[in-house]
Design a protein around this ligand. Structure first.
Ligand SMILES: *Cc1c(COP(=O)(O)O)cnc(C)c1O
Length: 378
């Protein structure tokens, strides 16, 4: 590719709508390498082809956010009157997409227990066209038995779409495990610096034509700068993920030994639901996991802890350079399973700061939590 750019090693940022045709004949036959901004640019194509190579897919389309990528993937597999199976542990905005938008277009969604595995087949209806998976689940980290689900889905002609953002293709090979479409929020580890929004959908050969057609119809193209930043992120993704894995594990093990912490929801820990599937199917873990605190702490104690952290920030998203902490409670919206872990849930994104600083920040926070509530610790 670099010969096309005078030898420069990176594909430049191509911005633009109009592409000029040389002759009337070329225009009438759309005879040109590029024809219009929404149909592709060298910057977008570089990103798509690199992602296709990393995922082992037949093709990739990109769009302006991870949630947009979930919508695009589902719109390429579903039609009016069809039925969708969605894991109860799915990313909350993906859940809202089904209830608020897909329902209006005549698609009915059933939420299912993410740990059902092959038993999910009992929820299949004659009009079930798509099974969505997200593994591990958002916030609660249930690891799904992906091969058992894609096995019966393929046998019955049902398409499977997975949100693979947590593991990325480097730590979980979605297409090798039978998924037709795989979604990645490039906003997270691919971008890696909390400075862009991007989504990618990769497809198996069978699912590719419908995905490409849907993407062309919607023309939800990301900005050139964001594609460029994602391409740059891809150069170091493997190194950053290894580091995220090491640091995530170090912090999770340290948290396990803190008396205020009851449960570690990290896929590589046996205490995480579906841990055995992570062990069998994944090549690694990343720097995002959750903990459940012991019962009995108060809301006041929790705000004393969280309001005064100095290294950890409180905010949405993850996968960047900075550490984040987020309280969560899924009990009000889950419908197929019950979220009732006993104590407060906290999700942690471990960034690149000094590990000792991270531990000191949390230790001081846990001291503030314990100080405002008298909970007997072991
Ligand atoms: C963040 C996230 C998304 C959405 O990505 P955005 O780019 O923020 O829209 C989708 N799925 C998962 C699992 C996520 O964590």
């Amino acid at each position: 590719m670099s010969e096309a750019h005078y030898g420069f090693v990176n594909t430049p940022i191509y911005r633009g709508s109009t592409v000029l045709f040389k002759t009337l004949d070329d225009l009438e036959h759309h005879r040109a390498r590029y024809t219009y901004g929404t149909e592709g640019t060298p910057t977008i194509e570089s990103l798509e082809s690199a992602w296709t190579a990393i995922t082992g897919a037949a093709g990739t389309v990109v769009c302006p956010s991870g949630l947009g990528a979930v919508a695009l993937a589902l719109m390429s597999t579903l039609s009016h009157g069809e039925h969708l199976l969605m894991p109860d542990s799915v990313y909350l905005p993906s859940r809202s997409l089904c209830s608020n938008l897909l329902e209006r277009f005549g698609v009915e969604t059933t939420f299912y227990d993410p740990l059902l595995g092959a038993r999910l087949e009992s929820l299949v209806r004659p009009n079930t066209s798509t099974i969505f998976l997200e593994s591990p689940g958002s916030q609660t980290f249930e690891v799904q038995d992906v091969p058992s689900i894609t096995e019966f889905a393929a046998r019955r002609g049902i398409k499977t779409v997975i949100d693979n953002t947590w593991a990325t293709p480097l730590f979980f090979s979605a297409h090798e495990h039978g998924c037709d479409l795989s979604v990645e929020a490039g906003t997270k580890y691919l971008g890696g610096h909390s400075d862009l929004l991007l989504g990618l959908v990769s497809a198996s050969a069978a699912a590719w034509p419908a995905l490409k057609k849907t993407a062309q119809s919607l023309a939800m193209v990301p900005g050139a700068e964001d594609c460029y930043l994602a391409l740059r992120g891809m150069r170091t993704l493997h190194i950053r993920l290894e580091e995220a894995q090491t640091r995530g594990l170090e912090m999770a093990h340290w948290l396990q030994s803190q008396p205020e912490v009851m449960t570690i929801l990290h896929p590589s820990f046996p205490s995480c639901p579906g841990h055995e599937h992570w062990k069998r199917d994944f090549k690694g873990s990343t720097g995002l996991f959750s903990i459940v605190l012991r019962p009995g702490f108060t809301r006041q104690g929790l705000s004393d802890m969280l309001d005064h952290l100095s290294v950890f920030g409180m905010g949405y998203s993850w996968g960047g350079f900075e550490s984040l902490i987020l309280p969560f409670d899924c009990s009000s919206y889950r419908t197929a399973t019950r979220w009732n872990p006993g104590g407060f849930g906290l999700r942690l994104q471990i960034g690149l700061e000094d590990i000792e600083d991270l531990q000191a920040d949390l230790r001081e926070g846990l001291d503030r939590l314990s100080a405002s509530t008298r909970v007997p610790l072991r």
